[in-house]
Design a protein around this ligand. Structure first.
Ligand SMILES: C[S@@+](CC[C@H](N)C(=O)[O-])C[C@H]1O[C@@H](n2cnc3c(N)ncnc32)[C@H](O)[C@@H]1O
Length: 258
């Protein structure tokens, strides 16, 4: 696994994954933040934050001013305890000492209504695939266009999400990625397909690919995520059957042309 010096300062993965809902957790955030060159004082839009631990990590480790949006869907709360999501975000921001640098708003793409060119950079991890799976490609594209609109010219967007390695899923995996209210088969695309959608939204694509540690990130998720531990027949079984053949975790870095 690649070194992630900032994420490695927080080694209690059970605790981290109790506040995070995506493979790689803080490692993913560090991987993407480095790709998009986050620096102190930048105004950053974070899309789809769940309990906001990646948001707090970026505020603390990179010194960014984070504006986080999430519709906080009532039926998506894998570790739910009945408290509003914003309470979890606030608690995390206080514990991380970044309450003055994190603002969370209950808003969902593609309608976030900020002024044009409000942000220096945008970040999203393990959220855009939900838009594709729940609402389809048109809304996915509209959401990319909205991120483009609120980025300043020259601003960079780092998008990371579960992706696949191309072609149809292997036959033994097919039923497992086709089940449930939000089947993986509906959510996942390849990095190349995703990059093409960013281009269609106006971005210049700087880089796209599979994260080198995608398999390890998924294994870490299957081991530490609360929902995976509660339901080993769900995602952990799907990931074990796949064994890295089809399911990946990819990223695209896009820039709004200056
Ligand atoms: C799997 S969680 C991951 C969140 C976070 N990045 C993390 O890794 O913990 C995905 C989040 O995306 C949010 N989401 C779903 N649809 C969205 C939309 N249209 N706009 C913004 N966020 C959305 C969900 O509510 C959820 O909190």
């Amino acid at each position: 696994m690649q070194r992630s010096p900032r994420a490695e300062k927080y080694p209690d993965l059970d605790e981290i994954y109790s506040q995070c809902s995506g493979p790689g957790a803080l490692r993913t955030a560090e991987f993407v933040a480095d790709k998009i060159g986050l620096r102190e004082g930048m105004r950053v839009l974070d899309v789809g934050i769940y309990r906001g631990i990646q948001t707090c990590f970026l505020a603390k480790e990179y010194g960014c001013l984070m504006v986080a949006v999430d519709p906080w869907l009532d039926d998506f709360d894998p570790a739910g305890d009945g408290r509003p999501f914003v309470d979890h975000l606030r608690r995390n921001a206080e514990r991380w000492g970044v309450a003055d640098r994190v603002l969370g708003l209950r808003l969902g793409l593609p309608k976030i209504r900020f002024a044009d060119m409000s942000f220096d950079a945008a970040y999203s991890s393990t959220a855009f695939e939900m838009i594709r799976g729940l609402h389809g490609d048109d809304e996915y594209l509209a959401s990319l266009r909205e991120v483009f609109r609120v980025l300043r010219p020259g601003g960079v967007f780092g998008l990371a999400e579960p992706m696949h390695r191309g072609g149809p899923p292997p036959v033994d995996l097919e039923p497992l990625v086709s089940e449930g209210p939000l089947p993986f088969k509906k959510c996942l695309a390849t990095p190349e397909q995703t990059a093409e959608q960013l281009r269609e939204a106006g971005f210049e694509v700087l880089e796209a690919g599979h994260a080198p540690d995608a398999k390890e990130w998924w294994e870490e998720f299957a081991t530490h995520d609360d929902e995976c531990r509660r339901n080993p027949e769900g995602n952990p079984r799907m990931l074990a059957v796949d064994a890295g053949r089809w399911i990946s975790f990819g990223y695209v870095v896009g820039r709004r042309p200056a």
